[in-house]
Design a protein around this ligand. Structure first.
Ligand SMILES: [Zn+2]
Length: 306
């Protein structure tokens, strides 16, 4: 038996949005089993709830947003990634602005917050989306595929002309412990030469060396350097976990991506959900022990696990 999780108590986080540059406060509340992850804008009177599902996704340019127009929440992917990474299924998120705070550009701050808050086991089994047949989406030379596997595996390849990135590939076998150790700390990144273009599009207004790896034409501009030599592809995996968590359940399947981004990740989710014979939703009780063991929390988190 592997049960659903929520957070043990409510917690507030304040920070700025990387794209909007706006200061926001976000409060995470515990939620009951089968609630899922839901967002509500508290700065918009009577704002409709935004459920974190693949179908709720609005824009996917340089971030993943939920909702359309005014009632939307941008850059949800890092928070969703950490919730999936820690096996947390149910949280109600209230936010007083248009974008989740970027913190240090990785999931590390959210992991830290969950450690402080504690994780609560609920009295209902987790559900798994088990992939039964391969599904693939392609846009130009970029593609993403999901196929059957006993647990979540992500095999990601990124290709950039920048000499420090070039081609990076990493295969990540999901477990909460691997997530915290290998993926959660990897920061988002950007090229200095793209900053003006992105700002003209209204993006990265809050971006800085405090919340992103910034590369000039030759080197990392952040004085502290990189956290991993392949931090870039690790962050791509962090984003992928967040984006495919919008399938709404734990995932038993292998995701392979080539030059992917938020748009492709969302297309893959939608394509899978539109192919009913390609997946089934089952209770955790029908999965093999190894798939369930991946959700054991590492010792560092276990004392707070109630
Ligand atoms: Zn990201």
């Amino acid at each position: 038996m592997l049960n659903q999780r929520t957070i043990a108590k409510k917690v507030s986080i304040t920070g700025i949005g990387i794209h909007s540059g706006r200061k926001v406060t976000m409060t995470l509340h515990p939620a009951e089993a089968d609630f899922g992850i839901q967002f509500r804008r508290t700065d918009i009177k009577g704002a409709e709830i935004l459920k974190a599902t693949a179908e709720t996704v609005g824009t996917t340019e340089n971030n993943t947003s939920l909702g359309q127009g005014l009632n939307s929440v941008h850059t949800v992917e890092h928070l969703l990634s950490v919730l999936y990474g820690l096996g947390i299924n149910n949280v109600f998120v209230e936010i007083d602005g248009p974008e989740v705070p970027i913190m240090d550009g990785s999931g590390a701050s959210f992991v830290f917050v969950m450690k402080e808050t504690g994780i609560q086991t609920l009295n209902k089994s987790k559900k798994f989306l088990v992939v039964l047949k391969p599904v693939e989406v392609q846009v130009g030379d970029k593609w993403a595929k999901i196929e059957p596997a006993e647990r979540l595996i992500i095999d990601s390849t990124i290709v950039f002309t920048h000499p420090l990135i070039k081609k990076q590939r990493k295969q990540f076998e999901f477990s909460c412990e691997n997530y915290i150790r290998e993926i959660g700390r990897a920061r988002t990144f950007g090229l200095l030469r793209d900053v003006d273009m992105l700002k003209r599009k209204g993006l990265v207004k809050g971006g800085s060396l405090d919340n992103a790896i910034v590369l000039d034409d030759f080197k990392v501009m952040n004085p502290e350097g990189l956290r991993f030599v392949d931090e870039f592809v690790r962050h791509k995996i962090l984003d992928t976990v967040g984006d495919i968590s919008l399938l709404g359940h734990e995932i038993a399947g292998k995701v392979t991506t080539f030059k992917s981004g938020h748009n492709l990740h969302n297309l893959l989710c939608r394509q899978l959900l539109a192919t009913p014979d390609a997946y089934e939703i089952v209770s955790a009780t029908s999965l093999r022990k190894e798939a369930l063991e991946a959700f054991e929390l590492p010792r560092a988190l276990a004392p707070l696990f109630t």
